[in-house]
Design a protein around this ligand. Structure first.
Ligand code: SF4
Length: 390
């Protein structure tokens, strides 16, 4: 793009933003801490979903030192439901690192920012430009689409050659003055005008600089390679109970939801899931009844007479406890990344040796689960247990 066009584009974007910029809670200050928290939360998550989490998080951890001195469990509990939990663990690690290595002062330079856990090129650019007014470029979901259309990139934007073009373009247009405002304006323009499915080209302030619009290709760009196919998976969660306590396990790296607690849960094949729930041509002796909690659940109300040996021995190997059968069998369905999961779940009294609580496995009462950081499945199951007992 020519120099004069870049100046024209910058002015058009900033004028549009003055009248149309979004009011968001993290934009009310230049505090790098608030900006950092919001940017990490916004990765893979919508603005609407982030706002309540952001406000709650800032109430509990109003500054870097409060976050650095908190137990990781408290951070994870507040993050629960936002997903991608490595973000929360990195947030905590970064807070500790800034306190220990930067005397509690947020670094200003891109290289120092990128050396921190969980801060990539985009987040570093966002913090440097929004908080410190440095002319750093950004490319995130909204600007990626906007730049691809402005430049008319008709190759797969996930290719490294396309990413290079996008970043080069972003570097070429970021102004020396008001770079943070300019970057925020681009993000808003992408979110509200250059929308994924229905770009509003007629009301777009930069349409005269847009290659896709000129070529009538705004609906074909950006180009993305084929989506990864959905994989169906079946799992079994065994809720081991001992008097009023339930056995949970803290998940570890590299598992999904590492750091969060979950019930004993593992993959089973579809045939086994069908056998357990009676969803096959072979009718089982237990009956189906209405779900008490949500339409996502089915509940089976008799005791399963016995579990296949392979399952009881698997549970024993994992936990040290034997199980006799599953009571109150239920079924949940959830999606995570490219997986559609059918989760069969049942209660069982723990029998056999008394296992000493290890770091990974511990017994918890129902009320402990309110404050415990639970995985998504852990929270589903604990809510179900609550509804059973209530
Ligand atoms: S003219 Fe259309 S495609 Fe081009 S940037 Fe504006 S909204 Fe997007």
């Amino acid at each position: 793009m020519r120099r004069s066009s870049i100046s024209g584009l910058q002015a058009s974007v900033l004028n549009w933003y003055e009248a149309n910029g979004r009011q968001l809670p993290w934009r009310s200050s230049r505090d790098p801490y608030r900006i950092w928290i919001s940017e990490i939360m916004l990765q893979q998550t919508t603005v609407a979903a982030v706002v309540p989490y952001f406000e709650r998080f800032l109430r509990r951890f109003p500054n870097l030192s409060e976050l650095a001195s908190a137990p990781e469990d408290d951070v994870l509990r507040l993050w629960e439901g936002l997903g991608y939990y490595s973000r929360a663990r990195n947030l905590h690690r970064t807070a500790i690192q800034i306190v220990q290595q930067h005397q509690g002062v947020f670094p200003r330079h891109l290289d120092d920012l990128r050396a921190l856990p969980g801060i990539g090129r985009y987040t570093a650019g966002a913090i440097a430009s929004f908080a410190f007014n440095q002319p750093a470029a950004i490319v995130e979901a909204n600007t990626e689409r906007l730049y691809a259309r402005l430049c008319g990139i008709d190759d797969d934007i996930r290719k490294s050659s396309s990413q290079k073009r996008l970043w080069d373009f972003a570097e070429s247009i970021v102004p020396q003055e008001h770079p943070g405002t300019f970057n925020q304006a681009l993000m808003d323009l992408g979110a509200s005008i250059c929308r994924p499915a229905d770009p509003q080209c007629d009301s777009c302030p930069v349409s005269r600089y847009c290659t896709s619009f000129r070529l009538g290709k705004q609906h074909q760009i950006p180009v993305r390679g084929k989506r990864t196919a959905i994989t169906k998976v079946s799992e079994l969660a065994v809720v081991l109970q001992r008097k009023k306590e339930f056995l949970l396990r803290r998940r570890t790296e590299p598992e999904r939801w590492a750091g969060l607690w979950d019930f004993v849960r593992f993959e089973i094949n579809d045939e086994m899931a069908n056998t357990l729930t009676g969803n096959t041509g072979l009718r089982r002796p237990w009956r189906h009844r209405q779900a008490p909690v949500s339409g996502q659940q089915k509940l089976f109300d008799d005791i399963v007479p016995a579990l296949p040996d392979e399952l009881t021995s698997h549970v024993r190997n994992l936990t040290g406890y034997g199980i006799n059968g599953l009571i109150d069998l239920t079924e949940f369905h959830y999606s995570v990344t490219r997986y559609r999961v059918r989760l069969v779940c049942g209660l069982s009294a723990a029998s056999g040796r008394k296992m000493t609580a290890t770091e990974d496995y511990q017994w918890f009462r129902m009320q402990d689960m309110e404050t415990l950081p639970l995985s998504r499945t852990g929270r589903m199951i604990s809510e179900w247990l609550k509804s059973r007992s209530g």
